[in-house]
Design a protein. Structure first.
Length: 532
């Protein structure tokens, strides 16, 4: 590669860091909190060797958990941390790498900004290089902080280094994979879907190929299997990092080659020709909104259907783990105020997922802002479509979508648990009721997004800040000793735990009224302000 093709790389790196001076620290802090909380929980809850041995026996007896999370390779605290981190840790790191790479390559190209940059003294490969350096640099910094955090918690040096390096290696690998995907496709959404599909394929291959020794060749087709075969805290296999290095460098070389042979704005893969005539459903605003959001909704449905199956399959085992660990049971009972371990476990899942489902509602509202910024909305609003109709049809998917995802999640959980316990569908109405009461709180988050979109459109992204603060308040309330008046700010505080004996009261009605008021404010604000 000629050096002039890399000219301007340093300036582009500074530009990326400047643009993402908030996003990167927030994502970084989120990942660090995940890893540190996992390690700290095992250090605090499983200091006793007998409790760890009991946990290993419980986990090993459930093939569903073993297939999904892998086997526990060492009963030490470090071994438990590695077991809990070695699947979903790399997945989270990979998702961040995918996001950063697409944001600073294909998205820039799609918006026309890259063409402006290339008209200056910037080399052809500078954009790709700066994105790779920044993304891999974030992963390396993450690995350093994970290592220091684990050492601070008293975990052994070698295992901590191996686990931290495995996160770095997997994150850099997906930066390289995404770099190839953005060369193959013309749109950022296609690159994102392909990258996530490869991540899902790796997860499925790891499940299919698992065996007692990790020697199945399917297992070695998945880099997620490589992470587990590194065996952090259990006799580290350092040579596997060589596989990561070879594959990552090969993919980066392929990305550079594809970038050099394609046209700016184009992809290697040809675009599929569209139909000669649009579907009749596109003749309505609701049909258009469904067409734009159906991919996201179906993706969420599929993901949480699988999550429901897994949680149902492992529910009884997790319940037994609670029984065997009085300290863990005490913490969960403080959150759920109950005594039945299975009810506490499912209630905890509802508390967590009820807030995660709000993410879908926010994403759906942000589609409105995206269409406005890209000026797609102007073409609709110049016809007979009113602002109110356009906003409400898109908003309806933001309100109904979480309900659909929730019902499918609970149904899959009930079916999966019923197959294991023989209690097929008997608790389904009770579970659905316990889940549906979270909808008013979710709608408040949708209302906040809608109000920002209608009144302060440039600040619509602050919806994520609001949701993040509420997640911290609700999930860490008992540990941080937060005052009740602060807890009452969160709409999720007022959701009754029906599985644990609570009843629906007037606070939930107030939450619903607040959601409606926020939505109305957003609609009225949108009617009165200028477009874009």
């Amino acid at each position: 590669m000629k050096m002039e093709n890399l000219s301007g790389t340093r300036a582009l790196i500074r530009l990326i860091l400047r643009r993402d001076r908030i996003i990167i620290p927030v994502l970084f802090l989120f990942l660090i909190l995940i890893f540190v909380s996992i390690a700290a929980s095992f250090v605090n809850l499983y200091a006793d060797a007998a409790l760890r041995e009991a946990l290993v026996l419980q986990i090993s007896s459930n093939p569903g958990i073993v297939l999904t999370l892998g086997p526990i390779q060492n009963s030490s605290i470090g071994g438990l941390v590695a077991w809990r981190s070695a699947v979903f840790g790399p997945i989270l790191v990979a998702l961040v790498s995918i996001f950063l790479m697409i944001r600073h390559t294909r998205s820039e190209e799609r918006k026309g900004r890259l063409e402006l940059l290339n008209s200056t003294a910037v080399g052809r490969q500078a954009t790709l290089t700066s994105a790779l350096i920044t993304t891999c640099g974030v992963n390396m910094l993450l690995g350093i902080v994970i290592l220091l955090s684990f050492l601070g918690l008293g975990l052994p040096w070698e295992g901590s280094l191996a686990l931290a390096l495995s996160m770095v290696a997997f994150g850099c690998l997906f930066a390289a994979i995404t770099a190839v995907m953005v060369q193959l496709t013309e749109s950022s959404s296609e690159a994102r879907y392909l990258s996530v599909a490869i991540l899902i394929a790796f997860f499925i291959l790891r499940i299919i190929g698992w065996d007692e020794g990790g020697t199945n060749w399917f297992f070695w087709l998945s880099p997620l299997g490589w992470v587990q075969n590194i065996r952090a805290f259990a006799g580290e296999e350092w040579w596997i990092f060589g596989l990561f290095a070879v594959l990552t460098m090969g993919l980066i070389a392929l990305a550079y080659y594809l970038s050099s042979v394609r046209d700016l704005g184009a992809g290697i893969l040809p675009q599929r020709s569209g139909p000669n005539r649009a579907s009749f459903t596109l003749g309505s605003t609701l049909g258009l909104a469904w067409r734009l959001q159906r991919g996201m909704l179906l993706f969420w449905i599929a993901g949480f259907a699988l999550m429901g199956v897994f949680i149902g399959y492992s529910a009884q085992t997790v319940s037994n783990i609670f029984i065997d660990n009085p300290q863990f049971l005490n913490i969960i009972s403080q959150i759920g105020k109950g005594t039945e371990p299975l009810d506490i476990y499912i209630n905890f899942m509802l508390v967590l997922f009820g807030q995660i489902f709000a993410i879908y509602g926010i994403l759906s509202v942000l589609k409105l802002r995206s269409q406005e910024v890209k000026r797609y909305s102007e073409f609709l609003l110049t016809n007979t479509v009113s602002r109110t109709k356009w906003a409400l049809t898109n908003l309806s998917l933001a309100l109904i979508g979480p309900a659909i995802i929730m019902v499918i999640f609970i149904s899959c959980y009930s079916i999966s648990y019923g197959l294991i316990s023989g209690n097929m569908g008997q608790n389904l109405p009770q579970l659905l009721s316990a889940a549906i009461v979270y909808l008013p709180a979710i709608w408040v988050m949708v209302g906040i997004s809608m109000a920002l979109f209608g009144i302060l459109p440039r600040l619509t992204s602050l919806s994520w800040v609001a949701l993040g603060l509420l997640l911290i308040i609700n999930l860490l309330a008992d540990f941080l000793d937060i005052n009740q008046w602060i807890l009452n700010i969160s709409p999720f505080t007022h959701v009754p735990n029906l599985l644990l004996g609570d009843t629906i009261g007037w606070p939930l009605g107030i939450v619903l009224v607040v959601a409606l008021v926020l939505i109305l404010m957003g609609i009225l604000g949108f009617q009165r302000r200028d477009i874009a």
